[in-house]
Design a protein around this ligand. Structure first.
Ligand code: 6LW
Length: 495
């Protein structure tokens, strides 16, 4: 059957995957958002169903005041002797830690810290030993992939950390994974940085400690010279063998808006690429070493793309996320509605405002929600935001002033805080509507069946190139100030 990339759309970067009990489990980085590390299950490597988050307990991850795109960086998931392990880095506490579970649908353990620095940690279970690798510098300041052996029961480092490989000369060697395939230890990394120069390179050795020989075909996967391809930034891969014995790689990439300058605002997404081995035992990826927008994969299943998302067909703590650790008393979640209690924390703060978010996963989107004020004090504001980070977000809200309710559109780009439009309403309730295409968002308010345009704004100014972040646009329901607001009839649909 033919599948379309990305296989997981929207801000789901830094994918890692493992096979277990005939299925596949995928995790992604989550940065300042909570719960952390979204967890997916797949039976065919093409369709993924989110089954939870790995870091679902507040005590598992420190997020207090972490900067946007700080917090939880790239994770790795592995399965060994009936137990799942997820290892990651909290880039705000500079800790590498792992958690484990024997029940993939249950809670994961408390974090176990490993005494090796760097980011993008990974694990290899081999011949009774457990190896911990991450990127980083050796004692001479040389960048590369470093490895130590650990006691997986305690996280204790059993050997000194040693530099294994410095890559092929690309900047920012990252996302190392080690695989024992046949007689070879394959070390696969990303180089070039997680933007337009991103690439995947590989080396191999007969020993887990090296020396590692660089693949003569490096980079084995990159879109850096694939023009004018919409898919760019391909890198950060993880290998997995399908149940039919064929090999694949999940990797990150982004769908750029192909203007000059190009940009991307949905974040880095998850792509699937076929992998094969050359006669001399090297890894190749894709058809020509690049990632295409679709591939053939053996199987008679179909690729299911959920296109309509409502309160009723989404789940709290699965599809919906918070900025850092939420003040849970400010959220009253029902099956078909949510009531938010405002707090003094604004969307411009690196904190945890009353914010209930869901990812934007495609460009052409129609999103609406009905918002009704309750106990609204002066200046209480509540509505829907297209949020990249605290400096870049577009807010469509109701607000209270001198006893009257208004609909307001606010555009926040860097230091510019602009109220685009304000219109009086006859009641304290209205339908908020946001329609988007690749380059623009269009904002409307509907009261008594009458729809009014408040304004338009370019997606460019919410892009990663402007915000310089690692995340993607989130659609957030929010409340600021003294008051409550109830949202119902939420509907987000893609064409
Ligand atoms: C991730 C690393 C990276 O841990 O960015 O640029 C970090 N590459 O692989 C956040 O995605």
């Amino acid at each position: 059957m033919q599948y379309q990339n990305p296989v997981v759309r929207g801000f789901y970067p830094d994918p890692s995957i493992c096979a277990a009990n005939g299925k596949f489990y995928l995790v992604n980085s989550s940065f300042q958002y909570f719960p952390g590390v979204p967890l997916f299950e797949s039976e065919d490597l093409v369709n993924y169903k989110q089954i939870g988050h790995v870091l679902s307990q507040k005590e598992q991850v420190y997020l207090e005041g972490v900067r946007s795109s700080g917090g939880v960086f790239a994770p790795t998931i592995r399965f060994h002797q009936g137990r799942f392990y997820m290892v990651t880095n909290n880039n705000s506490t500079n800790e590498n830690f792992y958690v484990w579970t024997d029940d993939i649908r249950g809670n994961w353990s408390a974090p176990i810290v490993v005494d090796q620095d760097g980011i993008d940690p990974s694990l290899l279970f081999d011949d009774g030993h457990v190896y911990f690798i991450s990127n980083g510098q050796d004692e001479n300041g040389t960048n590369g992939v470093r490895q130590c052996e650990i006691n997986i029961e305690t996280g204790e480092r059993l050997t000194p950390s040693r530099l294994l490989w410095t890559g092929t000369g690309g900047r920012y060697i990252e996302s190392p994974h080690m695989y024992k395939i046949g007689d070879w230890y394959y070390l696969m990394v990303a180089e070039g940085g997680t933007e337009y120069g991103h690439m995947i390179t590989v080396a191999r050795s007969k020993s887990v400690w090296g020396p590692f020989e660089s693949c003569p075909y490096n980079p084995i996967l990159t879109n850096r010279n694939k023009a004018p391809n919409i898919i760019q930034g391909i890198g950060h891969g993880d290998l997995v063998q399908n149940t039919d014995g064929n090999w694949y790689m999940v990797c990150l990439g982004f769908r750029q808006i192909h203007l000059w300058q190009p940009y991307h605002h949905l974040g880095r997404e998850c792509f699937l690429v076929p992998v094969s081995f050359t006669e001399d035992g090297w890894i190749t990826a894709g058809i020509d070493g690049t990632c295409d927008d679709s591939y053939e994969i053996p199987g008679d299943f179909i690729q299911n793309r959920k296109q309509v998302f409502t309160f009723e067909n989404t789940s709290p703590n699965l599809d919906w996320i918070y900025l850092r650790h939420p003040v849970t008393k400010n959220y009253s979640i029902m099956e078909d509605s949510i009531t938010l209690t405002g707090s003094p924390v604004t969307l411009e703060e690196v904190s945890s405002p009353t914010f209930y978010g869901i990812r934007q996963i495609d460009f052409a989107m129609d999103c609406s929600v009905h918002c009704k004020f309750q106990d609204a004090a002066e200046c209480f504001e509540s509505g829907i935001t297209i949020y990249m980070d605290e400096q870049q977000h577009y807010d469509l809200a109701l607000t209270q002033k001198e006893g009257k309710t208004y609909a307001v559109l606010k555009l926040n780009i860097g230091d510019i805080k602009h109220e685009q439009k304000r219109i009086p309403l006859s009641t304290n309730a209205a339908k908020l509507i946001i329609r988007s295409d690749a380059t623009h968002y269009h904002f409307f308010v509907e009261e008594n069946g009458q729809e009014q345009l408040l304004g338009d704004a370019q997606s460019r100014y919410l892009s990663s190139e402007v915000a310089s972040g690692f995340t993607g646009v989130i659609i957030g329901l929010y409340a600021i100030g003294e008051g409550k607001s109830t949202f119902h009839s939420f509907c987000k649909s893609y064409q």
